[in-house]
Design a protein around this ligand. Structure first.
Ligand code: PEP
Ligand code: MG
Length: 592
């Protein structure tokens, strides 16, 4: 049986399944008499205290294994256990509605989930899994269930579970857990992020794997293509054994790459930088040998809380990233909230088409007070290293001019107040709206640099809502229109003598790397784990060769033709690499 999920952490494992059977807690919503309210709140508080204690113990026990970079995930779970909205919120429901602790907690949790569901950003949306993990731990403590852990397995296994929490992942005995597959989970859940850095191959979003697999079943798990094979026949087994051998060799080579410079075979200097969402992500940036941060999405600072972040708080976050990455540059993008990415900070009128609504720079220009606070924090943070600022969703010159004007006004204010700030911080425009790609010469003339946001550029150019699963099959990065737009932006930037980077997902896909180089791209920004993979490709090709490839591609007329051509080219060029094979567009959760 071949099951398809989402490849979440690369690698191939062959082994036996071990099913994590966690009793599901039956959530009672029974009401309680008034005199039981106090004891019910006490019961809730005790379950809370046990939950904190358990997580503190995991943190202590495994501190050597998780290191600084991941203990923050446990810290964030511990903080959630102390968060008023969750704790006081639950106590209030127990008190006011006289519901049992389990039911009260569930009610509060549902409210959290509704808030997260309204978020458009995939990364932030998946943070709801963290709240669910925390609440389930409290529920298990309320029910007096034992907290099953993955710490003391006796033999090598592939863990199969409905869902895994970051605490589960940390406690996994690396010696024995060779991989994992879960029913739930998205590519950017904390569990997956950790699995990747612990280098445990994983497939998530399998929907029903726990119903199909029993402990002891022989499995093959392919963390690249997201495939799990149950009871493989001998032919399949041998094929994967060979694939595994190649993968191990390939990974070893990748590790060595972090230390090597990003340049083409013929010595053309490139910049491979990383995209981050929080200051904590910087560890991954350095680990994977990225040349600085090409995109710091600042939304996270605004979304994880109820009030707008203050100037001082933002300054602290930006400063810490800039200092850690110094002397390499950090490009911070001003706020890209909008439509349903807003949570209550700002009066919000329901928009029927939020991604085309009051989003990103439009929203900031509409709320100058909020924008001013961010710009002040940025200008001040500039003194701590090498900062560039870029504006999202610029659709024409007017917006760029207004944003720049506002920034210069903020600098004047700081000057008058005698507050230290950095003069002449480079100001750039994101090219992610087709109109900007068309008038790129005009935008380039008034920008210090450009950065192509392919995620949105594809969405707007091809009229495909990037979060609508029904049209996902039309989301084609290699559409000839996109190729031409990229080329146009590169030519426009070159004519204006300014650099143009790319920070959308396309920049981190090894399959596209040589073609992008051929279109003129020298500055790629991507998810930190992709850096060595893309670097590997780019260090092996010459500029001349990539230009030939790009010329060929630009003559083809459909995305399918371009994809097939590129895949065939890369397969022939890098026959030993596995990356192109994983690029199947499987439907998660299906049986293939
Ligand atoms: C993009 O649109 O490509 C981009 C990098 O920004 P985001 O994904 O945050 O919209
Ligand atoms: Mg964008």
């Amino acid at each position: 049986m071949r099951l398809q999920g989402m490849g979440a952490s690369p690698g191939i494992v062959i082994g036996k399944a071990w099913l994590l059977n966690r009793e599901r807690v039956d959530v009672q919503t029974r009401t309680i008499p008034a005199e039981s309210v106090a004891s019910e709140i006490l019961r809730f508080d005790q379950a809370l205290a046990s939950s904190v204690e358990q997580l503190e113990t995991v943190k202590k026990q495994f501190s050597d294994r998780i290191g600084e970079s991941h203990s923050y995930i446990l810290d964030s779970h511990i903080l959630m256990l102390k968060d008023d909205m969750l704790t006081e919120g639950t106590r209030r429901v127990i008190r006011d509605e006289r519901i049992m602790a389990e039911g009260a907690l569930k009610k509060v949790l549902d409210k959290f989930i509704a808030i997260f569901n309204a978020i458009e950003d995939d990364y932030l949306k998946e943070r709801q899994a963290d709240v669910v993990h925390v609440a389930e731990r409290i529920l298990r403590n309320l029910a007096g269930h034992e907290q099953v852990t993955l710490a003391d397995l006796k033999e090598d296994v592939i863990v199969v579970a409905h869902d895994l929490t970051p605490a589960d992942t940390i406690q996994m005995d690396r010696q024995h857990v060779k991989g994992f597959a879960t029913d739930l989970g998205g590519k950017t859940s904390h569990t997956v992020i950790m699995a990747r850095s612990l280098e445990i191959p994983a497939v998530v979003g399998m929907r029903h794997i726990t119903a199909r697999v029993r402990t002891g079943d022989p499995l093959i798990l392919d963390g690249d293509s997201g495939i799990v094979i149950v009871h493989p026949d001998s032919q399949t087994f041998n094929r994967y054994l060979e694939k595994q051998r190649r993968f191990i060799y390939f990974e070893r080579e990748l590790h060595k790459l972090a230390l090597l410079p990003a340049e083409t075979k013929d010595g053309c200097k490139l910049r491979l930088s990383a995209n981050i969402e929080t200051p904590d992500d910087v560890c991954g940036v350095l680990e994977h040998g990225a040349d600085g941060v090409g995109l710091f999405r600042t939304e996270f600072l605004y979304l994880k809380r109820r009030e707008l972040p203050s100037e001082a708080e933002q300054l602290e976050a930006y400063k810490s990233v800039i200092e850690m990455v110094h002397p390499e540059p950090v490009t911070i993008r001003t706020l890209d909230l909008g439509g349903d990415k807003l949570i209550g900070h700002i009066p919000y009128s329901g928009e029927s088409n939020p991604s085309m609504g009051l989003r990103a720079i439009r929203l900031c220009l509409h709320h100058p007070k909020m924008f001013r606070t961010q710009l002040r924090a940025l200008a001040r943070a500039g003194v701590y290293g090498n900062l560039k600022i870029m504006f999202p969703m610029i659709s024409g010159l007017r917006e760029l001019r207004l944003a720049k004007e506002m920034f210069y006004r903020v600098c004047d204010e700081l000057r008058k107040e005698g507050v230290p700030f950095q003069e002449n911080i480079p100001l750039g425009s994101m090219i992610e709206v087709p109109s900007a790609a068309i008038v790129v010469d005009m935008i380039a003339a008034e920008s210090d640099f450009l950065s192509i946001g392919t995620n949105d550029l594809i969405q707007y150019a091809l009229a495909i809502d990037r979060v609508n699963e029904d049209v996902a099959y039309l989301y084609e990065p290699l559409h000839p229109a996109i190729m031409r737009m990229i080329r146009n932006v590169m030519t426009g930037a070159e004519a204006a003598d300014i650099p143009a980077a790319m920070c959308g997902e396309v920049a981190g896909e090894p399959l596209y790397a040589a073609a992008l180089l051929g279109l003129g791209l020298r500055d790629f920004s991507m998810n930190p784990v992709s850096v060595p993979r893309v670097k590997r490709v780019l260090r092996e090709v010459t500029v001349e060769e990539s230009k030939r490839l790009a010329r060929q591609i630009l003559q083809l007329s459909t995305a399918r033709e371009i994809e097939e051509y590129t895949k065939a080219y890369m397969r022939a060029r890098f026959p030993e690499a596995l990356m192109w094979e994983g690029a199947e567009n499987g439907n998660a959760g299906t049986e293939a």
